[in-house]
Design a protein around this ligand. Structure first.
Ligand code: HEM
Length: 445
């Protein structure tokens, strides 16, 4: 097993660097042709429909008329929309036919830029098991899965509860503040720092890196590729240092140490190790963050449901599932056909890109009655596809559920009602689905 990573520390001060979204917005001003006016209503790759929260009727129409349909032209090239619950579960249950592999294009609608030298691309590609097929996927998933067993979750519960309580106790009452910044980012970066044994003072770096690694629209901006690479190299360098420290120390309970000292690590290259760390940071970061914001927004939008929950805290676990359904923190995953196939009456060709819109599956009226309403005691809320389905189903689902449950329990404990009283800004993206800003005030219920 090699232990050396070939990365130099780039001179990057993250506090003064633009966030991924600000850099892309500035770039788009100079390059408006990258997102020309949308002429196809069913081209749902356009982030404006998510930022303006008007995607619901478009997907409802597709579900009714053509649950698998082809979009011939988009800023991301041609792709198939897969929008019903049944069709998405079907595609995800055939991982050999519908590949996740980065060699075919990976797991998001955005392809790597066509004009990048393939050798450079391979060098910049961090191998992550979410973008691998069997058998590689199986072996690597096994390395991190033990960190998320029910027993491990039970070990973490007291610490997560303590940190959640501390964050909630630090909030001002009766005064406007941004829930995304003060609660969602604070809690998710803190939890990841705990999981990785990551230096506490630097925890906000995790959110900064995650945004640059996970923003799919960035693939449209060739000019930002070098900035993105520099930022991710800084992250690699940082983790390289942590890796060195943990290698030298006896095994501890944190995930980095567990991975380094595991048997499977002997078969993993430093790049693969790094790729999997990035996957955990991105996977565990904006997803959980956006659910924490989405829960508050959804309960405020449906005060009757908030009242029901406030009167009966035994509904908290089901509310977590219902909010995961309602929010759908990742709008889509992508697969690529490895052979010609028939899919719900459509002819898919080898190499075709299929975009699985979880956002739509979770509003599928054939599965969820009255799907556009949050219903905290919905009997089948657990059937949501927010964590995906099949061999790639989210490995961190239990941890996410634990954090969300504890957040609601600790809010209940403090008789904390959160009212949205100011600006609501959604994320401008077609992959991550959530909130950039959510101004709220706390009141006692
Ligand atoms: C995979 C969603 C939290 C780590 C996935 C997938 C989805 C997802 C949709 C892909 C499924 C597929 O391709 O079929 C979410 C949501 C979360 C969340 C909505 C929070 C609400 C987390 C957390 C972690 C994590 C907390 C870890 C710290 C991963 C990893 C994978 C994954 C490692 C890859 C699994 C594989 O390919 O086998 N997640 N996730 N996720 N998630 Fe999560």
């Amino acid at each position: 097993m090699a232990t050396q990573l070939a990365t130099d520390a780039p001179a990057f001060a993250y506090q003064t660097s633009p966030t991924a979204i600000d850099a892309f917005t500035a770039w788009l001003k100079d390059n408006p042709q990258a997102l020309p006016a949308n002429t196809n209503q069913w081209d749902v790759s356009r982030s404006d429909i998510y930022v303006e929260d008007r995607w619901q009727p478009i997907f409802a129409e597709m579900r009714a008329k053509a649950p698998v349909n082809h979009v011939a032209e988009s800023p991301y090239g041609a792709y198939w929309n897969v929008v019903s619950h049944k069709a998405i579960a079907h595609v995800e249950s055939l991982p050999e036919l519908f590949s996740s592999s980065w060699q075919y294009g990976g797991i998001t609608i955005g392809d790597p830029p066509a004009d990048v030298d393939p050798a450079k691309l391979a060098e910049r590609q961090l191998p992550m098991f979410i973008a691998m097929d069997r058998p590689e996927h199986t072996g690597q998933r096994r390395t991190v899965a033990p960190a998320f067993t029910p027993a491990k979750m039970a070990d973490m519960e007291a610490e997560i509860r303590r940190r959640t309580g501390d964050v909630l106790d630090s909030l001002p009452w009766g005064e406007k503040f941004d829930w995304v910044d003060k609660v969602s980012i604070e809690l998710t970066t803190g939890m990841l720092a705990l999981l990785f044994g990551f230096p506490w003072a630097d925890r906000r770096l995790l959110a900064f890196w995650s945004d640059w690694a996970g923003d799919v629209e960035l693939t449209l901006a060739r000019e930002l590729a070098d900035t993105r690479f520099a930022i991710l190299s800084q992250m690699a360098h940082y983790f390289q240092r942590l890796w060195g420290e943990r290698m030298a120390a006896p095994p501890t309970g944190d995930l980095i140490s567990m991975m380094i000292h595991s048997e499977a690590m002997n078969h993993m290259s430093p790049q693969e190790f790094m790729g999997n760390l990035v996957l955990l940071i991105v996977g565990g970061n904006d997803t959980t963050r956006n659910t924490m914001s989405g829960i508050v927004h959804a309960l405020d939008t449906f005060p009757d449901q908030r009242a029901l929950l406030e009167g009966d805290p035994s509904l908290i676990p089901n509310t977590v599932q219902e909010c995961l359904r309602f929010v759908t923190p990742l709008a889509h995953m992508r697969r690529t056909a490895t052979a010609d196939a028939e899919l719900f009456g459509q002819s898919i060709k080898t190499g075709d890109k299929l975009v699985l819109w979880y956002l739509s599956a979770n509003r599928d009226e054939s599965v969820f009655e009255n799907p556009d309403k949050l219903i905290v005691n919905r009997p089948n809320a657990r059937r949501h596809l927010s964590f995906g389905h099949g061999i790639h189903r989210c490995v961190g689902a239990r941890l996410a559920e634990l954090q969300l449950r504890i957040l609601l329990e600790e809010m209940h404990e403090r008789r904390m009602r959160v009212r949205v009283t100011g600006a609501v800004e959604r994320v401008r993206a077609n992959f991550v689905h959530g909130f950039r800003k959510l101004e709220v005030e706390l009141e006692k219920r």
